[in-house]
Design a protein around this ligand. Structure first.
Ligand code: 0A1
Ligand code: ZN
Length: 863
């Protein structure tokens, strides 16, 4: 069967959900593993569900059916083999279905189902990969008990892992061996996993709050065993945190993690056998940056937390995806906040929401966290479902308060344990446990688009009264022309314009209507508005504040996030005004940066975040027509000005952040962060010695954060140190795929005008391959997000990415589809660019045998 689906694609609708006709209480799988030809025998106990006479449908593709029987009898006459599976007419209430199929892991370049990755065999089944392994009703509301027998050559595949408990292992003939695994928890097939290969384990254990001893193992290539400690620490902390904060205990005696090099996404929460993209496991100071360390802890926790939010309670259908993902992202964000600085974590999370989710909500691919329909579900593992989903859970947390929120999650877990649930079930549990009416709040689940919150504060000096008017509006999105007001928890404070004191403490205003006014009386002095503190609602704020007042708030607001926001707003307003050709004085921006840099009460990590300029894309979002070149010039200009005017301060910051040797502590991480930001400003200031400072840092670095920080700076310039550093970096790390990914990405992100030629050259580099998703994303994904290069008026950037998407679609359609979004923003650009972007999409769509994944993204992007 072909990998691609070019005929009119079927659209799946949320409202078309129907309970399954047949259930599968148990399944026994038997794998004769081999990279070229694996045989899979499956025995399904099936049970009619309800009073009907519909046949049993088993999904299946990319496999050769070798044998088929019903209740032990060859049953060719009962079965109809269709393109996407088998249809079986059955007379009784319960039957045993047996199939035997042949699949080829080695030729599975889609990395869905059973595939080979650097000598390992592993699986990825979410969302619809199980049907590439065996015939099965591949939908998450069918929960089955699994027993798995796997057999393989013992030399090539000494380790055999699957879900649950290992119940037996032994030798079989011809140098082969086998293992038997049994998972006592019924699960949907998307949580099935197996791994076979030459792996070494880093082991530890965890004692749960009720005293159960859990054997933990992280399985990697033997050479990588020393890079697993950080992930293991994170795992143990996550296990303890989930007990403390949510009362959730681990439920089996084993918990295994495997790292693989070829993986479409970040990681996968298969029951008791999490499989990870190796970039979210492997770390040591020489090869992983501090950001990598943070991401590893976050993803390890995320997958672990899924054991309850996803596995014990799973999703009824894929329209409920945010039920597990939004909630689990909220859980992992809270975990990371508790581990380090909550303010800095919030800043980082909001920055990535703005970078990835806001554009999605503002473009042709906008969808609610519960979409109405899809063609290919893989396209809906989006920043909206994940990150906006997490914001929606966070808002419930605020509206209910921590205690009632916990009552709600307790009720949810208790009520739905062992079930496939819906988002509505979650909200209903929250509502019942807390007594808080969430009727209007539910709009968040079905309405796309980022609401715009307008705020205006009027001061009446005579009565010492301030009146705040809040109003909201959500712009139309595809197929949703009319929007309803949503429930917005808006955390505010009033900051005295003279004293900088918080005059009223923090107040949570809940805006439920289009517009509402609030009065604040007896104020000691004229106030400034501190709004959407800690980003209490996922909105854009429209608030006319003067640069002077923003500067004041950036120095005085008592909420660190709001302070950061004031600074960002100040910088953004300045750049937007400049792009529009207005004459504006940079003095206020420069003074505010200076004040932040010299404020002894602030820690380095916060300072570093606060002084980074908003991205070019953020500037673009504020403009009617985006001119990436002009935006880049204006932003570079401001960076140069800040670099030069505050040179002494950057140098001081740089020096004060130097440490005698590497440590991994929050303090040291903050210092490295500010040091690299200071270095980038020194370079932006075009100070003569900047390249040599960067080179020195590069050379004497005892960790990847410093080395990469220096390389990031050098790669944008024309100094001889640039080539020296790139070569040295490559030589030092060749053979280490994760680090070579950085080498590709750093060059694809360069701000130099020759980046396109260089990236095209890199696509021909012997180390480049489209077969490895990390590598493809490092070069092409990074380049497509390099606004100035991608949008170059020559059209070369568009052409290059288009060529790559078309080539990649034949190999790995999921990964190809994830590179299309930047083209979809064509409406935002001038006609020259818009036309080229549309043509790129048309060219993609005219490619024969296009995958469903790419078809959906490209066709929707043209609308
Ligand atoms: N459930 C995983 C994400 C995931 C989804 C699909 C995949 O298929 C390629 C892989 C992983 C998570 O949220 O971590
Ligand atoms: Zn997840």
């Amino acid at each position: 069967m072909s990998e691609n689906h070019s005929d009119t694609p079927v659209v799946i609708h949320r409202h078309a959900y129907r309970p399954p006709d047949w259930l599968v209480p148990t399944i026994a799988l038997d794998f004769a593993l081999d990279p070229q030809k694996t045989r899979v025998k499956a025995r399904l106990q099936v049970k009619r569900n309800g009073d009907h006479n519909r046949p049993l449908k088993l999904d299946g593709n990319n496999q050769k059916l070798l044998a088929f029987s019903v209740d032990g009898q060859d049953a060719q006459s009962q079965v109809k083999q269709e393109k996407e599976g088998l249809v079986i007419a059955l007379g009784g209430e319960a039957h045993t279905i047996e199939t035997e199929v042949e699949i080829s892991p080695e030729s599975n370049s889609q990395l869905m189902g059973l595939y080979a990755s650097s000598g390992l065999l592993c699986t990825q089944c979410e969302a619809e990969g199980f049907r590439r392994i065996t015939y099965f009703p591949d939908r998450p509301d069918i929960l089955s008990r699994y027993t798995v027998r796997m057999e393989a050559d013992e030399k090539a595949f000494p380790v055999l892992l699957s879900n649950g408990n290992l119940t037996l292992e032994g030798k079989s003939e011809n140098g082969r061996h086998f293992a038997l695994w049994n998972d006592p928890f019924p699960k949907p097939c998307y949580l099935f996993a197996l791994v076979a290969g030459n792996l070494a384990a880093y082991r530890d254990e965890f004692i749960t709050q009720s005293g159960r001893k859990v054997a933990l193992a992280i399985w990697v290539r033997p050479d990588d065993i020393n890079k697993t400690h950080h992930a293991m620490n994170a795992l143990k902390m996550a296990m303890a945190w989930d007990e403390k904060v949510y009362g959730r205990e681990y439920d089996l005696d084993q918990f295994n993690i495997v790292a693989v090099d070829d993986f479409n996404f970040g990681a996968m929460e298969n029951k008791s056998l999490n499989i990870f993209n190796s970039r979210y496991i492997l770390a040591d100071p020489d090869t992983a940056t501090d950001a990598d360390y943070d991401a590893i802890a976050g993803v390890v926790a995320h997958e672990y937390f899924h054991n309850w939010s996803g596995n014990r309670v799973t999703c009824r259908d894929w329209f409920q995806l945010s039920l597990k993902e939004g909630f689990t992202v909220f859980r992992d964000q809270s975990f990371s906040a508790d581990l380090g600085s909550p303010a800095v974590k919030r800043i980082e999370d909001v920055r990535s929401l703005r970078a990835a989710q806001f554009p999605e909500d503002a473009g042709p691919l906008a969808h609610p966290i519960q979409p109405d329909s899809y063609i290919e579900i893989s396209n809906f593992y989006t920043a909206t479902v994940y990150n906006k989903g997490a914001e929606i859970i966070r808002m419930m947390h605020q509206l209910l308060g921590a205690e009632k929120f916990r009552k709600g999650t307790d009720l949810y877990f208790e009520r739905h344990d062992g079930e496939a649930a819906t988002c509505e079930n979650f909200v209903a549990a929250m509502e019942e446990a807390s007594g808080v009416d969430l009727t209007d709040f539910r709009h968040w689940y079905h309405q796309a688009g980022t609401p715009e919150l307008k705020a205006s504060l009027k001061w009446d000096g005579a009565t010492k009264t301030a009146t705040l008017t809040l109003s909201q509006k959500t712009a139309a999105t595809p197929s949703q022309p009319e929007k309803q007001p949503v429930v917005l928890p808006v955390a505010i404070a009033l900051i005295g314009k003279q004293t900088g004191k918080n005059l009223i403490g923090e107040q949570l205003l809940t805006l439920t209507k289009d517009s509402e006014s609030y009065r604040f009386e007896n104020l000691a002095e004229e106030p400034l508005l501190s709004i959407n503190r800690h980003f209490s609602a996922p909105v854009t704020v429209e608030n006319q504040v003067s640069p002077e007042d923003l500067a004041f708030l950036s120095a005085n607001d008592d909420d660190p996030f709001a302070r950061y926001e004031a600074m960002q707003q100040l910088m953004l307003d300045f750049m937007v005004a400049r792009v529009r050709g207005e004459q504006v004085d940079p003095k206020t921006v420069i003074n505010a940066v200076e004040k932040t840099l010299t404020n002894k009460d602030l820690d380095n990590a916060f300072i570093a975040e606060a002084v980074i300029l908003p991205s070019e894309n953020m500037v673009g979002e504020k403009l009617d027509i985006v001119d990436p070149k002009r935006i880049a010039e204006i932003r570079d200009d401001l960076r140069k000005m800040l670099g030069q005017t505050l040179e002494k301060l950057w140098q001081q910051a740089y020096q004060s952040c130097e440490r005698p040797s590497y440590q991994y502590t929050p303090e040291a991480v903050g210092a490295r962060r500010l040091k690299n930001v200071a270095l980038s400003y020194l370079a932006a200031g075009e100070l003569a010695d900047a390249p040599s400072i960067a080179w020195l840092q590069f050379e004497k670095a005892d960790n990847m954060t410093d080395r990469r920080g220096a390389l990031d700076v050098l790669v944008n310039g024309f100094s001889p140190e640039r080539e020296k550093a790139l070569t040295a970096f490559y030589e030092r790390y060749k053979g280490n795929a994760l680090v070579i990914d950085k080498w590709f990405a750093v060059q694809a992100f360069s701000t130099r005008p020759d980046v396109i030629e260089n990236v095209k050259k890199l696509a021909k580099h012997p180390d480049f391959t489209l077969k490895n998703p990390n590598r493809a994303r490092a070069l092409i994904g990074s380049f497509a997000h390099n606004a100035r290069a991608f949008h170059d008026l020559s059209g070369e950037g568009y052409r290059f990415v288009t060529d790559m998407v078309i080539a990649l679609d034949k190999i790995n359609s999921q990964t190809a589809a994830r590179m299309i979004a930047p083209f979809g923003r064509w409406q935002r650009y001038g006609s020259d660019r818009a036309e080229m972007m549309q043509n790129a999409l048309k060219r993609i769509l005219s490619t024969p045998d296009l995958s469903r994944d790419v078809f959906e993204q490209a066709s929707k992007s043209l609308l």
